[in-house]
Design a protein around this ligand. Structure first.
Ligand SMILES: [Mg+2]
Length: 198
């Protein structure tokens, strides 16, 4: 079985960290539960300058390394590896966040899992021959049976796989999203995901 797993807000509690960071930086108080948009600028109602500052600060190594694991993520993924499943973490984080992201994975029980950076949100130029930056054409050659993803903006990366089972990690910003096909299922957490993937 080949399994795609998104990083932020599937493996770790990124949005909760951003909510705290925004309060520390700008004294803007938007709790996690009120983050109704995947777009952070919109969720926090930031001006362009604040948003730019947030993206820089939010991708610094210290910030990335401070994220809490989403409960159960490492346990379930390691069970899958033990069963012989192939797990790939495919993140839309900027390519220059690779090193601390890899470090976080290595220290939170995901050392054996491959990490790829795919430009999901049109933010990047390719970093040549980096070994982890995934060109869209190469991504499209990859086959998956299951995908774990929280962002409705990333659903378009599943259009080429009609049989893919997409487990949508329930988050405040995807609760109003229409799930594109019957292959999409909302999951409240890793216990539920564990019960679905054979
Ligand atoms: Mg995510």
């Amino acid at each position: 079985m080949n399994i795609y797993v998104d990083f932020d807000d599937c493996l770790c509690e990124t949005a909760r960290a951003f909510s705290k960071l925004v309060y520390d930086m700008f004294e803007i108080d938007v709790p996690y539960e009120d983050m109704h948009y995947f777009n952070l600028q919109k969720s926090f109602q930031l001006n362009d300058e604040q948003y730019a500052q947030l993206l820089v600060k939010g991708h610094e190594a210290d910030e990335l390394l401070s994220y809490e694991e989403t409960p159960g993520a490492a346990a379930v993924i390691n069970e899958w590896v033990g069963k012989g499943h192939q797990v790939s973490i495919i993140t839309g984080r900027p390519f220059n966040a690779y090193k601390p992201s890899r470090q976080w994975l290595d220290t939170h029980g995901f050392a054996d899992i491959k990490l790829y950076c795919l430009d999901k949100y049109g933010r990047e130029q390719k970093m040549k021959d980096s070994g982890f930056s995934l060109e869209l054409e190469d991504y499209l050659q990859m086959k998956f049976d299951y995908a774990i993803e929280d962002s409705p903006s990333a659903f378009r990366f599943f259009d080429h796989l009609p049989d893919l089972n997409v487990l949508v990690f329930d988050r405040p910003w995807n609760q109003r999203a229409e799930l594109p096909t019957a292959n999409y299922r909302r999951c409240l957490g890793w216990d539920e995901i564990r019960a679905i993937v054979p």
